[in-house]
Design a protein around this ligand. Structure first.
Ligand code: ADP
Ligand code: MG
Length: 604
């Protein structure tokens, strides 16, 4: 038989290699930013169009490349960063594989402009699908500018596989944040479709974290500092009361490289032992410096996992240091995630006349401050209110305290014959039906009700909006603002109306009727969280994520006492849903017990 094996042409080999290096625009961003840092840049600009699908450009003021290097850098396994195998054990650069630029040039239109220090002219090189189109001398500024256009233009399957602009932008911002946090001493700029998303000046660590995550972050940070022979630990953890319901702001950097480590994460979490509500995740920004010879970076193609020689010692040290700092900063364990139900505006009734009205202040027309006997009353403006009405109710007219509810419940139970529903352990509602009884999970059922209401109002675009008397300005990080901006239309369909967007705040002048003003921040924060979590999900739809997120945030929770009327409304609303039996997250909302099944309980 004749020989059939042959070497693949370079451009094919590069395209195959690209599959490993470049999953999405964010992978290109990571490689280009790292190259700029390795080139010693102190100022790096990242310009994007259409979530990087149309353009990713990185401009740096680093050392630039010679004419020959400009050509060489696109060859596979071409690198200036290592020369021999031993160098792998002593890495102080981000890159070393020499395959990023070759891979990127195989699957995009690439334009490189670069000039070395003290050179008169620079080089401009254009490559499309590994093919050099042109190479010219140009006058350009010192450093390197690399544009990557039309990523995956020659691999339609990959291009079609890309997610929505919101999702791809989120991935890019994640990479950008990691690099920016690792290098506070470098100035960064990020523009997306000509909007400035980040403008980060050279700064210290704390300033950088605050610049990336917004001014709210400043008060949350507890500094961490420890120097030992095997490791230097620096950075911050967020006070436990600011921990997140979901994993979010958790950053480990080892020798200025962002890494993921579930082992070290465990060390941090265990330092928070007893300070965190079940299921909450602490935020942290931890910078470890270890001798380069004590780690192995080469175990993962995207290099976010590394192997430590002395993992166990690191674990112990990290845990002890954080525990110590938390103690020093006297972080009190005040962690009430289940907010006081009295402070929450109660459950909104769909078909009930209980609508929220503006706070009323009663003015006494006969009041005369100069009349002696009335003078005392100035200090007791609520004295005339009936004893049964708590003063809070002046502010939330529908607020009824749990005690009062309890009292009313007790009264109602005196006439038990007429009652059709019961609440059990402030968690379930039991109702009698023809065939037996139905047991409803109050929180999950309410999620279903709210979910369908939101979905309907968002999709039919007739959401009822309430104008706020005073527009509310909420601060967010620039990345969050960027995300809110991309889903602005959907939010408007849901009943929000916006006034002004700035780099780190948004002014809201209208909200959906089912949302109370005090909840605006939390529902937006949760929504952004949820959209982030949905990132890997192919069936991504903003409408659905939004409706689910709002439903979960606003639903009545286990532990909330429900009045008989509220129980009734819950049962009625649930069974007028299109799909009453499951929550938007796929859990059963109720179970029935037939008379026959009940009989069986007694016949065994
Ligand atoms: P690696 O970073 O692993 O070496 P790359 O393919 O990313 O591989 O880059 C190849 C080479 O091109 C680098 O080793 C470096 O010498 C050069 N290079 C890439 N980007 C820049 C830049 N922004 N400034 C200067 N040199 C660069
Ligand atoms: Mg590189």
């Amino acid at each position: 038989m004749s020989d059939i094996i042959q070497l693949l042409p370079d451009h094919v080999a590069n395209q195959i290699a690209a599959g490993e290096v470049v999953q999405r625009p964010a992978s290109v961003v990571k490689e280009l930013l790292e190259n700029a840092i390795d080139a010693g840049a102190t100022n790096i600009k990242l310009l994007l169009k259409d979530a990087g699908k149309t353009l990713i450009q990185v401009i740096d003021n680093g050392k630039g490349m010679s004419v020959t290097d400009a050509r060489m850098c696109f060859e596979r396994h071409a690198t200036s960063k290592i020369q021999k195998a031993e160098d792998l054990f002593n890495l102080c650069t981000k890159g070393f594989r020499g395959e990023a630029l070759a891979s990127i040039a195989a699957i995009a239109h690439v334009e490189l402009k670069t000039k070395e220090k003290n050179q008169e002219l620079g080089t401009c090189l254009k490559i499309e699908g590994s093919k050099v189109i042109s190479q010219d001398f140009i006058s350009t500024s010192e450093g390197t500018s690399l544009s990557v256009k039309n990523l995956f233009y020659n691999i339609p399957a990959r291009r079609n596989f890309l997610k929505s602009d919101t999702v791809e932008t989120r991935h890019i911002i994640d990479e950008f944040q990691r690099v920016a946090l690792a290098h506070p001493n470098i100035a960064f700029l990020l523009h997306h479709n000509n909007n400035e998303v980040y403008h980060l000046k050279e700064s210290n660590l704390r300033q950088r974290i605050v610049a990336v995550f917004g001014t709210k972050m400043n008060e949350k940070l507890v500094p961490i500092n420890e120097v030992t022979d095997i490791v230097t630990i620096e950075g911050f953890v967020a006070k436990p009361e600011f921990s997140k319901r979901k994993r979010g702001e958790q950053f480990f950097f080892v020798n200025d490289r962002f890494i993921k480590s579930s082992y070290l994460n465990h060390a941090v979490v265990s330092a928070f032992d007893g300070l965190l509500e079940n299921g909450a995740h602490p935020s942290y920004f931890l910078y470890l410096k270890v001798p380069t010879s004590s780690i192995d970076i080469n175990i993962h193609p995207t290099k976010t996992e590394i192997k430590f020689d002395n993992e166990k010692a690191l674990y112990a040290m990290l845990r002890a240091t954080i525990k110590h700092s938390l103690g020093q900063y006297n972080v009190a364990p005040v962690l009430d995630f289940n907010r006081d139900a009295n402070l929450d505006t109660p459950y909104h009734f769909k078909s009930n006349s209980k609508s929220t009205s503006a706070p009323k202040i009663t003015v006494d027309p006969d009041f005369n401050p100069f009349k002696e006997e009335q003078q005392k009353e100035i200090h007791f403006p609520f004295k005339r209110e009936k004893q049964t009405q708590s003063w809070e109710s002046l502010y939330t007219s529908t607020a009824i305290s749990d005690d009062e509810k309890q009292e009313e419940l007790f009264n109602n139970q005196q006439e038990v014959k007429t009652q059709k529903t019961f609440q059990i352990q402030r968690k379930y509602v039991l109702s009698s039906i023809k065939s037996g009884v139905v047991l409803i999970h109050q929180s999950l059922a309410h999620q279903r009700i709210l979910y369908e209401q939101f979905l309907e109002s968002i999709t039919v675009k007739e959401a009822n909006s309430q104008q706020l008397l005073f527009p509310v300005k909420i601060s967010f990080s620039s990345a969050e603002i960027e995300m809110i901006y991309t889903i602005k239309t959907e939010l408007e369909n849901a009943g929000f109306s916006f006034d002004e967007f700035t780099k780190d705040s948004v002014t809201i002048k209208g909200i959906p009727v089912s949302v109370t003003e005090s909840k605006i921040t939390i529902i937006l924060e949760e929504l952004l969280n949820d959209i982030n979590l949905e990132v890997p999900d192919a069936s991504f739809s903003h409408f659905d994520v939004m409706a689910k997120s709002f439903a979960r945030t606003l639903s009545i929770k286990t532990g909330t006492l429900l009045m008989e009327k509220e129980q009734d409304a819950l049962v009625n609303d649930l069974f007028s849903c299109k799909e009453p039996s499951i929550s938007p997250f796929g859990k059963a909302t109720f179970k029935t017990l037939t008379l026959h099944e009940i009989d069986n309980l007694f016949n065994s």
